[in-house]
Design a protein around this ligand. Structure first.
Ligand SMILES: [Zn+2]
Ligand SMILES: [Zn+2]
Length: 218
């Protein structure tokens, strides 16, 4: 059995939305449906994935903008996450729409908030929920131990880290989330960031200017 996924860049911010599924049962989830919900719905149908829920890493508009619309297009799916600390972002979606020049997105509340240690199950696959504040206070990362694969939203990028200049963002908290919560998962773990190309934790530990392990001083 294995976990399959397809990354779909959506909206003018090319945010990575991911369709993730169990290839034995074809049951799956959609992570961060930021927009372009009609294209996403078509692709989900083509892939033959039976979506059980829409899972959000954090409350930023470019990651959640298409959530309610996609949930409706798929016939009423549960919205899960992020951590409750990001509620102020979801309640401020109308303001975010104006700020980013997006179509008006109304505030919503998920059917379920996520906490550190929660487990998301679809078919024969499970993903661990890891609370990783810093970019936003309620940011979560989803990790498949079996696939050695993490969906990290805007916590960590290939060669960079998430911004911390938003309300309730904090640089030191973000660095701590990365080093104390992501690195222990292992250097071989591959990750899909919220924007841009994939990488591995080991590669970022070697070369990411923000979070690389300290170099010896020769
Ligand atoms: Zn963000
Ligand atoms: Zn983003």
């Amino acid at each position: 059995m294995s976990l399959k996924y397809q990354v779909v860049p959506v909206t003018s911010f090319s945010q990575n939305c991911s369709i993730v599924w169990c290839d034995e049962t074809m049951k799956g989830i959609v992570i961060d449906p930021g927009g372009d919900e009609k294209q996403l719905a078509m692709l989900i149908k083509e892939l033959g994935v039976d979506v059980e829920s829409l899972v959000l890493t954090h409350g930023h508009l470019d990651h959640v903008g298409g959530t309610e619309a996609l949930a409706r297009l798929l016939g009423g799916k549960a919205i899960v996450g992020p951590h409750k600390e990001d509620n102020f972002w979801l309640q401020g979606l109308e303001g975010q729409s104006q700020m980013f020049g997006f179509p008006l997105t109304e505030a919503f509340e998920p059917d379920q908030w996520l906490n550190d240690g929660d487990v998301i199950t679809f078919g024969n696959q499970t993903m661990d929920v890891i609370h990783t504040p810093g970019h936003t206070p309620g940011h979560v990362v989803l990790f498949s131990k079996e696939a050695q694969l993490a969906f990290v939203g805007d916590v960590l990028f290939n060669g960079a880290i998430g911004r911390t200049d938003f309300p309730k963002g904090d640089f030191n908290t973000l660095i701590s989330s990365i080093k104390n919560k992501l690195w222990p998962l292992g250097n071989d773990v591959r990750f899909v960031p919220g924007h841009g190309p994939e990488s591995t934790f080991g590669r970022e530990r070697g070369s990411n200017p923000f979070v690389a392990d300290e170099m010896p001083l020769y």
